[in-house]
Write a protein that binds this ligand. Structure first.
Ligand code: Z5A
Ligand code: MG
Length: 216
């Protein structure tokens, strides 16, 4: 049997500042890929539809208070519970465009600066999850984000905290990251993302690209 991995779908993650346009761009990219005949799905984390996701939603909307460490593990568990389906889809040739992943998980908890919850601790529960083929990081300053109509009502949507989150993201930048200036127009950003995504999708379709694991 050949040891050469089969053609598969690409695993593309969007990360970035709040209000940077992740959800807008993910949606547009998936529609573009589908129109181009690429099997593609839009996913997001947290996935608020599962039992764990419902607990996370209660926390984010401040209906529930949960210990910082415990809620961190819930966000991670919400990814682990989707792991098998995620791998199945990729191996079946479906490209997944994922709105936030483990990088958000680490950045938001580590930004709290709580004793014992440093970045290494925050990274450990996600170790071994499938690693994305590319991370598209939409870069926007807190000031630029605030100019987009200010932050919303959810727990983490405060300027000082968002600044700390951005510092945490900076510290996690790796070779699979593509940083995109999110202050450009929606159309200009989308054009750059389409070019980047086409290359990643083609690479995974050719085969020979193993699915790596975090935090490799
Ligand atoms: N969280 C965590 O703590 N741990 C974890 O493990 C994970 C997440 C996975 C929920 O996330 C919270 O969970 C989040 C992190 C934490 N907390 N915070 N803060 P979420 O993904 O549900 O957050 P969201 O509210 O959907 O999205 P967002 O990140 O704030 O926004 P976005 O998706 O990046 O932006 P958008 O919704 O596409 O656009 C925002 C607005 O800007 C909208 O009015 C657009 O029309 C406008 N926009 C978009 N692009 C542009 C451009 N280019 N120019 C001008 N205006 C624009
Ligand atoms: Mg969003």
């Amino acid at each position: 049997a050949s040891t050469q991995p089969q053609p598969r779908g690409a695993f593309i993650v969007f990360e970035g500042a709040d209000r940077a346009g992740k959800s807008t761009q993910c949606q547009m990219l998936v529609e573009h890929l589908q129109a181009a005949g690429v099997a593609a799905e839009l996913w997001r984390f947290p996935d608020r539809t599962t039992a764990i996701g419902k607990m996370i939603n209660s926390y984010l909307t401040s209906q529930a208070d949960i210990d910082d460490a415990a809620v961190h593990l819930l966000f991670s568990a919400n990814r682990w519970e989707k792991r098998e389906e995620l791998l199945r889809k990729l191996r079946a040739g479906t490209t997944l465009v994922v709105d936030r992943y483990a990088y958000s998980g680490v950045a938001f908890t580590a930004a709290k600066g709580a004793p014992g919850l440093d970045r290494a601790w925050c990274m450990s529960p996600d170790e071994g999850l499938p690693a994305p083929d590319a991370v598209f990081f939409l870069s926007l300053t807190v000031e630029q984000a605030a100019a987009r109509g200010g932050y919303g009502e959810e727990r983490y949507e405060k300027a000082d905290f968002q600044r700390k989150v951005l510092e945490q993201f900076q510290a996690m930048r790796g070779s699979s990251w593509r940083v995109i200036d999110a202050s450009q127009s929606i159309e200009d950003i989308q054009q750059q993302l389409r070019e980047q995504a086409a290359a990643v999708v083609a690479r995974c379709q050719r085969g020979g690209e193993p699915i790596k694991q975090l935090w490799g």
